[in-house]
Design a protein around this ligand. Structure first.
Ligand code: ZN
Length: 332
C-alpha cells in the first residue's frame, strides 16, 4: 500500500486508480521551532516559539481537500480543450489551522506533551464526521453543468487514515484513451494495438494490474509482428524461417529485426521478460507498483516507431522528387 505522497494533488484526481488505498500517517506530528520578533512597551526582542503541526501526510490530505486551481483539460461535452476549474471543499475552520499546539520557549517547562495528539484526534474526528465520503469537482468554464466528478472515502484503519477513490466520471480510462489517441493515432499499427492498450488501462485503473501486464505484453508482440510483416522482404529465407518458427523466443525475434526496431526496445529486450514475469509470477501489488514504468516504456517504443515511420515517409517522398528531377534533367 502506498501513502498519499505517491501522487501530486492533480494526480490524486486524474491518475489515482479506483479502489487503490493510500495510507495517511497521523502519528508523526511535525515539531517546529521558529523565532519571532516581539515588541512590548519597552523593548523589541526575539522570542523562540515551539509549535506542533500536522503530520506531513495528513497535511497533504488537507491540502488536497482545499485544492483549487484552473487547468486546461478536454471537456467531452464541448469536445474541445477548455479552461477547467478545480473546486475546493468547504472545510471546518479548525481543520484549516495546521498548528496543533504551540508555546513560547520561556514556558517550556510546563509543556503538555499530550495536547497536540489530543487535538489531532479531535480534528480527525471532525474530518471523518464531515467528509467520510467527499466529492472533488472540476467543472468546465464554458458551462458549469459539464463536470468531472471524483468521489473518495476516508476512514481509520489501525494507526492510519485511509484515502480511497471509490468513483469517478468520466472514467480514468476515457480520459487516458483520449490522450493516447491524440498522441499515437498516426502510428500505422495504432488501430491494432489500441484495444489492447485500452484494456491494459482498464485493468490497471480497476486494480487488476496482472491483467494490465498481459495486455501490454500483447501490445509489444503486435508491434514486433507488424514490423516483421513490413520488412519481411528484406530478410533472407533463413531469417524468415527462424522468425516464424514455433520455438523462437521473443528476444530472438527482436534480435532478427534489430536494425528495424526502435533502439529503446533493442536496448531493453528484457521489457518482455518483465511483462511475462508479471503475468506468471508477480503479485497483483507488484504489478500495480511497476505498471506505470512498463506502460511508459511501451509509450517510448511507440514514439520511436512514429519517428521511424515519419523518417521513412520523408525518405520516400524525397526519393520520388529526386527521381522526377533526374528524369527532367535527362529529358532536357
Ligand atoms: Zn464543456
Amino acid at each position: 500500500m502506498g501513502n498519499i505522497l505517491k501522487y501530486s494533488k492533480i494526480e490524486l484526481l486524474f491518475n489515482m486508480p479506483l479502489y487503490e488505498k493510500l495510507t495517511v500517517n497521523i502519528t508523526e506530528i511535525e515539531k517546529v521551532s521558529r523565532e519571532e520578533e516581539v515588541t512590548d512597551d519597552i523593548f523589541d526582542y526575539v522570542q523562540d516559539i515551539y509549535e506542533e503541526k500536522y503530520p506531513v501526510e495528513f497535511n497533504a490530505l488537507i491540502e488536497f481537500l482545499l485544492y483549487e486551481d484552473r487547468i486546461y483539460g478536454y471537456c467531452s461535452r464541448c469536445k474541445r480543450e477548455n479552461s477547467m476549474q478545480i473546486l475546493k471543499l468547504d472545510l471546518d475552520g479548525k481543520l484549516k489551522n495546521k498548528t496543533l499546539y504551540g508555546q513560547l520557549a520561556d514556558d517550556f517547562d510546563n509543556y503538555d506533551e499530550e495536547y497536540a495528539i489530543y487535538e489531532l484526534k479531535n480534528r480527525i474526528n471532525i474530518l471523518i464526521k464531515d467528509h467520510e465520503y467527499f466529492t472533488k469537482t472540476v467543472y468546465c468554464s464554458h458551462d458549469k453543468n459539464h463536470k468531472f466528478i471524483f468521489i473518495y472515502n476516508l476512514y481509520l484503519e489501525g494507526e492510519n487514515l485511509i484515502l480511497q477513490k471509490v468513483g469517478q466520471n468520466p472514467s480514468s480510462v476515457d480520459l487516458h484513451n483520449r490522450e493516447l489517441d491524440k498522441r499515437y493515432s498516426k502510428y500505422k499499427n495504432y488501430k491494432v494495438i489500441k484495444s489492447d492498450l485500452n484494456k491494459a488501462l482498464i485493468c490497471y485503473h480497476n486494480n487488476f494490474s496482472i491483467g494490465g501486464f498481459l495486455y501490454l505484453r500483447r501490445v509489444l508482440e503486435s508491434i514486433v509482428e507488424d514490423k516483421y510483416i513490413d520488412i519481411k522482404e528484406n530478410l533472407d529465407k533463413t531469417k524468415q524461417e527462424e522468425f516464424e518458427s514455433h520455438n523462437v523466443k521473443f528476444k530472438e525475434k527482436i534480435e532478427i529485426l534489430k536494425e528495424y526496431l526502435p533502439n529503446y526496445l533493442t536496448e531493453n529486450k528484457y521489457i518482455y521478460s518483465v511483462l511475462s514475469k508479471g503475468v506468471h509470477s508477480l503479485t497483483e501489488e507488484d504489478c500495480n507498483k511497476y505498471f506505470n514504468i512498463v506502460e511508459n516504456s511501451i509509450y517510448i517504443i511507440i514514439e520511436e516507431l512514429l519517428e521511424l515511420q515519419e523518417k521513412e515517409n520523408r525518405k520516400k517522398r524525397t526519393e520520388k522528387f529526386l527521381n522526377e528531377i533526374n528524369s527532367e534533367i535527362n529529358n532536357n
